[in-house]
Design a protein around this ligand. Structure first.
Ligand code: CP
Ligand code: NVA
Length: 308
């Protein structure tokens, strides 16, 4: 059915447009079913998922665990102190042992190589729950949210304001598959990886990396923000705060974007730093429907990986 069969969900660009759109359609379908209160759809019955976290999490942990349970399965949380990947035991050993107990592995790690190693040695599907490089489940949820509020395909612009980080890389990798106009307005020295930008450009889509935040947000359909210091960079928070002056999404910036612009943030947000309280609470802020969609997007991703 699908042009490329992938065992794992590591990068959005590992899939073709048709597959990504089918996963998003499925997410909407299963979301509607779950929201209707129907609990009879139990495709994960008898399945277990191991969830490895080497970083903190609220949304990823709860949305995966709840989503897997609601569809009939059982999820096991392995926190930073439990298996101590790479310290207590080598990643390749963990991958092979967990594959013998579980039907699927989800992992949130620091180095991107760790998720690649897990996928290489696991005999079951591995889902990327964020690495220092990317966050594909988040951007699938974001795409679902945009499709619900604006429309995903066609001319529209998603303007990200802040650090050229893991969120930006996943946006670029989505844009490499589903044509959309993506703009990243970041301070100098905080641009996304050149190779990832080039990959998106090579796919023929319109990408802009700019330092002019005011120019970038004008007429945006979505203004998107994330923390200035990601997990693992918290000791840089003070210097980053200084360097990111002018990149706060506030009422003035949203005014420039125009009355039709939605505000999105992957959360957790630091109110008063990268975004103001007023922007977070404004009627056009869709951060909570966006967070909710994590569960629905991930359920559909796992259904796809299981061939269900
Ligand atoms: N957006 C997101 O991944 O949130 P958590 O870090 O809480 O999982
Ligand atoms: N860029 C952030 C995203 C958190 C969901 C981080 O990596 O900490």
């Amino acid at each position: 059915l699908y042009s490329v069969e992938q065992k794992d969900f590591l990068h959005i660009s590992d899939f073709d447009k048709d597959t990504i759109m089918k996963i998003l359609d499925r997410a909407a379908e299963v979301k509607a079913l779950l929201k209707s209160g129907d609990r009879t759809f139990q495709p994960f019955k008898g399945k277990t998922m191991a969830m490895i976290f080497t970083k903190p999490s609220m949304r990823t942990r709860v949305s995966f665990e709840t989503g897997f349970f609601l569809l009939g399965g059982h999820a096991i949380y392995l926190g930073p102190d439990d298996i101590q990947m790479g310290k207590r035991e080598e990643t390749r050993d963990i991958a092979r042992v967990l594959s013998r107990y579980n039907d699927i592995i989800m992992a949130r790690v620091f180095a991107h190589q760790d998720i690649l190693d897990l996928a290489k040695y696991a005999s079951v599907p591995v889902v990327n729950g964020l690495t220092d490089y990317n966050h594909p489940c988040q951007i699938m949820a974001d795409a679902l949210t945009i499709a619900e509020h604006v429309r995903l395909e066609g001319p529209r612009s998603i303007v990200y304001v802040g650090d050229g980080n893991n969120i930006v890389h996943s946006w670029l990798l989505l844009a490499a598959v589903v044509p959309l106009h993506f703009v990243c307005a970041c301070p100098e020295g905080f641009e996304p990886h050149r190779e990832t930008v080039e990959k998106a450009i090579a796919a023929g889509i319109s990408i802009e990396i700019t330092h002019d935040v005011a120019g970038a947000v004008r007429g945006a359909d979505v203004v998107y923000s994330d923390v200035w210091a990601s997990m693992g960079q918290k000791e840089e928070a003070a210097t980053r705060k200084h360097k990111f002056q002018g990149f706060q999404v506030n009422e003035v910036l949203m005014e420039l974007a125009g009355p039709n612009a939605f505000f999105m943030h992957c959360l957790p947000a630091e109110r008063g730093v990268e975004v103001t309280d007023g922007v977070m609470e404004a009627p056009n802020s869709i951060v909570f429907p966006q967070a909710e969609n994590r569960m629905h997007a991930q359920n559909a991703i796992m259904l796809h990986l299981f061939g269900l």
